[in-house]
Design a protein around this ligand. Structure first.
Ligand code: F0G
Length: 476
């Protein structure tokens, strides 16, 4: 029997009008933003694929939950609802709410890291590594090699390389490793999942050396979906069951609830160890707020509790990933080089292959995000050398193997027609890649430079030349 199409398991009750701009307006806007899409005003953006973080649409139930906010300084009812949801779906013993994911990363890094320590993980994430380094540790990437190859079709490219992990433990000694950071649906690799088998094996190795495993559970629900779809023997299980099993092999987690948990703000730290949790509750008061609100309003915690329960529903997750796959397949069919297999939260375009005429020192991914915006008002994000930053020892730019732009899909926000319009713009640029001009820094911030850096195109006519000029340039 022919399988039928999926459709969104919701209908639209409230709409937010979008503003269309002219190309001249967009050229002015991107120039004023220093050719950095993070510095654009959102009112100048047509389809916003900058991030899936805090950009989801909440359900009517979540909005109703907002009205039930118990805005008590201490012991809010909503904290206990959130605690129940986290216990039920993630299964950890202690919950410490934080204002967002990096709040939890800050606490965890300060709690467990001593200067000179080494933290292994499956590819860096920007804020996670920054907090590890601020606490005095060095991050060591132990992801499998195929994660660095955009064309490798392996189903679990987020997996940790067990040999790399064991070698590292032998080399630096388990006592120098405060914890291993295991990320689900590895963001910088293109949203690539880890397999349940890999999580189990990592747990076994770390346990034999007394090293705790800390999960970055930010996209663990999406990861559970890929396990259900791709891992032998997992097809009959629910997302809820798989999520619980992933978490059961770890000693705690940090979580940015702004992604899978379907809220606009919020995060949490979970710990199973009573003594560490006691210290975390002490520390959260200094940096976030009392341990029963952690920088959040009661209503935010209520929305999060409801969002967590919605996030594991099969219809939801199937439509969510289905939409990402829809966009990816449109691009793939047109020959646009994208990271394969299609990951969880967005489509990652291989900017180095897309723009072979722009050398890495001229930041092809940064240039492509700016050119895409000029072409159609679609806002994407650079995920390459600018995001990776400088080597802390040599201060040289790091050029990671992956030089990508990310078209990140917010959850429950855009329609299939928005995906069509986005694909048409990317495909049009791909037909004449020589139109895109490389960029150089005019301002480089010290921390997480990609957020606030400014650039200029290397040629006077902007970051996207028109076709006639590009042809003339090629001839000349
Ligand atoms: N971990 C991962 C894997 C993330 O993707 C993010 C955020 C964080 C931690 C930090 O969480 O933003 O709530 O403080 N990622 C966003 C993104 C910024 O666009 O990918 P946060």
């Amino acid at each position: 029997m022919k399988t039928r199409s999926w459709a969104e398991p919701f209908k639209i009750k409230v709409v937010e009008p979008l503003r269309m701009t002219t190309r001249a307006e967009r050229e002015r806007a991107i120039s004023a933003a220093g050719f950095n899409t993070f510095l654009l005003r959102s009112e100048d953006v047509y389809i916003d694929l900058l991030t899936d973080s805090g950009t989801s649409a909440m359900s009517d139930r979540q909005w109703a939950g907002m009205m039930l906010g118990d805005e008590a300084y201490a012991g809010s009812a909503n904290y206990y609802h959130l605690e129940d949801a986290v216990h039920r779906f993630y299964g950890y013993k202690h919950l410490i709410p934080t204002h967002q994911g990096r709040g939890a990363e800050h606490l965890l890094s300060r709690l467990l890291i001593e200067p000179g320590d080494v933290v292994p993980g499956n590819m860096y994430f920007t804020t996670t590594r920054a907090h590890q380094e601020l606490a005095g540790a060095r991050f060591v990437d132990v992801i499998r090699d195929e994660a660095h190859d955009p064309a490798d079709p392996s189903p679990f490219k987020g997996n940790i390389d067990l040999a790399k992990l064991s070698t590292l433990i032998d080399r630096v000694g388990a006592e120098r490793i405060p914890y291993l950071c295991l990320q689900c649906c590895v963001n910088m690799a293109g949203g690539q999942p880890v397999s349940l088998a890999n999580v189990r094996e990592v747990h076994a190795i770390c346990r034999s050396h007394g090293i705790p495993v800390m999960l970055d559970a930010t996209r663990a629900v999406e990861n559970a979906y890929f396990i259900q779809q791709r891992e032998p023997g997992q097809a009959g299980r629910s997302i809820e069951e798989i999520l619980r099993e992933i978490c059961s092999y770890t000693d705690g987690c940090t979580n940015s609830a702004k992604k899978d948990c379907l809220v606009n703000i919020g995060g949490f730290l979970c710990l199973n160890d009573d003594a560490v949790a006691e210290e975390a509750r002490n520390m959260v008061v200094l940096f976030e707020g009392l341990h029963t609100y952690g920088g959040l309003a009661g209503r935010d915690m209520e929305a999060m509790a409801i969002g967590i329960a919605e996030s594991v529903q099969q219809d939801h997750i199937r439509a969510r990933i289905g939409q990402v796959e829809y966009l990816g397949e449109l691009l793939q069919r047109a020959g646009v080089p994208i990271v394969r297999p299609i990951g969880g939260h967005g489509i990652f375009v291989d900017a180095a292959r897309f723009l072979p005429h722009i050398p890495r020192e001229q930041f092809p991914a940064q240039a492509l995000t700016a050119a895409l915006y000029v072409d159609s008002g679609v806002r994407a994000m650079e995920r390459g050398a600018i995001s990776c930053g400088r080597d802390p020892d040599t201060d040289e730019n790091i050029y990671p193997p992956l030089e990508l732009i990310r078209l990140t899909i917010p959850r429950r926000v855009y329609t299939q027609a928005h995906m069509d319009v986005t694909a048409e713009s990317v495909i049009a640029l791909h037909e004449h890649p020589e139109r895109v001009v490389g960029v150089r820094f005019t301002h480089e911030p010290r921390y997480l430079r990609f957020f606030q850096a400014r650039f200029e195109p290397l040629e006077g006519q902007g970051v996207l030349r028109d076709v006639a000029l590009a042809d003339a340039g090629q001839e000349g």
